[in-house]
Design a binder for this molecule. Structure first.
Ligand SMILES: Cc1cc2nc3c(=O)[nH]c(=O)nc-3n(C[C@H](O)[C@H](O)[C@H](O)COP(=O)(O)OP(=O)(O)OC[C@H]3O[C@@H](n4cnc5c(N)ncnc54)[C@H](O)[C@@H]3O)c2cc1C
Length: 326
């Protein structure tokens, strides 16, 4: 079998032609550079195609890689990931070069339907909606992440989930490209039908509502201020470390606070001093520090309260032993 480099070069040159493939390809690329936690060892190969070739390229690459048994990991903005210190074997397909917002569609009852490409940062999508005088995405202002990752996670904040305004998702699977209409039963708290499936989200259509631009901008500015005040950007992190669960009667962060775990640390990773549900990369943390801290917090909360915390952050890549999530 030829090397990964030869495999990629064959796809990029012979199937796409040098003039057609546009994008970045790097080997042994440190994933710390592509995650908000700033941890993670090298990906064997990291590829970020640029522009309109993305869907066709992704289909060709994923098909050929599957035939060779080469894993392909889809990367959004890396805002919910802890990538192992050993890195990721195979190919990381970065959606960051596939961005754009199309507000041409019209929807039911005065709503406007917009299509947003998966690599678009959610904050930029909210900005573009504001500029078009369309409300519905304000809640995403200031949240790191891409539209693809936010659909995959069914991202939620300030009382709204992404699925609240989702109309349909354009996806790529082994059978090819198709549109998956939104069905309420497929989505719930931080759950989407794409988890645990080999699906690449190409983009999503949302129903937005006309709203005065200034009102939208004021709400977005207030949410960004709130995140800043809550210390979201003080240190590298992936936002909330654990999921909430209504049956506990209080947020996971409050339970962690009550058990006295603020400031608890493992190596360079720590539970934030100011928020029980944020784990931060305080100083040169390794991915293993974060994983071991997640386990420690989980064990202490279980022992003190009999509550089983579930990590919201995702563990990806090649770990020395089984990771707490896929
Ligand atoms: C400071 C901070 C605050 C945060 N606040 C919130 C918050 O309030 N609410 C919230 O829900 N989250 C929050 N997060 C977490 C994060 O922003 C979201 O989970 C976001 O949706 C992740 O998107 P991403 O593009 O970064 O996905 P990534 O982290 O890159 O990937 C996450 C998962 O999605 C998959 N994926 C990504 N893109 C695609 C695609 N196009 N097709 C198929 N699969 C894909 C990946 O394979 C991976 O399994 C926060 C994070 C930070 C750093």
């Amino acid at each position: 079998m030829n090397t990964l480099r030869e495999f990629i070069e064959e796809i990029n040159k012979e199937r796409f032609g040098e003039a057609v493939f546009r994008g970045e390809v790097r080997y042994n690329e440190p994933m710390a550079a592509h995650t908000t936690f700033r941890v993670g060892g090298p990906a064997d190969c990291w590829i970020r195609p640029h522009g309109d070739i993305f869907p066709e390229y992704a289909e060709t690459l994923r098909g050929a890689a599957k035939a060779r048994g080469i894993p392909v990991f889809v990367l959004g903005a890396g805002a919910n990931l802890v990538v192992a210190d050993r890195g990721i074997r195979g190919i990381v397909l970065d959606t960051g070069g596939w961005a754009g917002f199309d507000a041409a569609g019209s929807g039911a009852a005065g709503a406007r339907s917009v299509f947003i490409r998966s690599g678009t940062p959610v904050d930029a999508a909210a900005e573009a909606a504001a500029e078009a005088g369309l409300g519905g995405l304000e809640f995403l202002a200031g949240m790191p992440g891409s539209i693809g990752g936010a659909v995959w996670m069914n991202a939620r904040c300030y009382g709204r989930s992404l699925s609240d305004c989702l109309v349909e998702t354009e996806i790529l699977e082994a059978r090819g490209k198709r549109i998956m209409p939104y069905r309420a039963e497929d989505f719930s708290y931080k759950k989407s039908p794409f988890q645990g499936r080999d699906t690449l989200i190409l983009g999503a259509r949302f129903a937005l509502t006309p709203r005065p631009e200034q009102e939208i901008r004021d709400e977005m500015a207030a949410l960004r201020r709130d995140r800043t005040m809550k210390g979201h950007y003080r240190f590298p992190s992936a936002g909330s470390a654990f999921k909430n669960n209504r049956s506990w009667g209080k947020p996971a962060g409050q339970i962690i606070d009550e058990v006295g775990l603020r400031g608890l640390s493992r190596g360079g990773a720590a539970v934030a001093e100011w928020h029980g549900n944020i784990i931060i990369n305080r100083e040169n943390a390794r991915a293993e520090d974060i994983r071991s801290l997640v386990r420690e917090v989980t064990a202490r909360v279980r022992a003190a309260r009999g509550i089983e915390l579930e990590p919201e952050i995702l563990f990806a890549g090649e770990w020395e032993e089984a990771s707490p999530s896929a």
